[in-house]
Design a protein around this ligand. Sequence first.
Ligand SMILES: [Mg+2]
Length: 132
Amino acid sequence: MELDRRIMDSLKILIVDDLSFMRDAIRNILESSGISNIDEAENGREAFSAYKREKPDIVLMDITMPVLDGLESLRIIRRYDETAKVIMCSAIGQQKYLIRAIQLGARDFILKPFQPERILSAINKAVGINDK
Ligand SMILES: [Mg+2]
C-alpha cells in the first residue's frame, strides 16, 4: 500500500514495544513504505518521555509491557496532548482491552501478528484526520 508521499516524507513515528524483534518488525514495515523518521521506546514510561521530546505524528503502542503498560501510557500521553494519535498494537487474545483503549482515545487497534497493509492503512487513516 502506498502512503501519500507528501505526508510520508515528513511523518514521524514512535514505535513502543518491550520486545526488540517486534520493534524491528514494525520498523521494517514502515521503512519499506518509505518512512524513515522513526523513534523507539521499550515501555510506557519511555514512550511518554519520547513523545514529549520528539512530538511524533503517530504512536504505535504495544499493550503488555513492564514498568508502564500501553493503556496507562496512552492515558498519560492523551492527557498531555489531547490531539495525540495513538494506534494500539495488541496480541491476539487482548481484544478485551479494545473498548478501554478507544475510551482513552486510541485511533485504532491492530492485532499481532501484523499485516503490513493493516498498519499502513491505520497510519494513513490517522494522519488524514485532524480533529482535536
Ligand atoms: Mg509486549
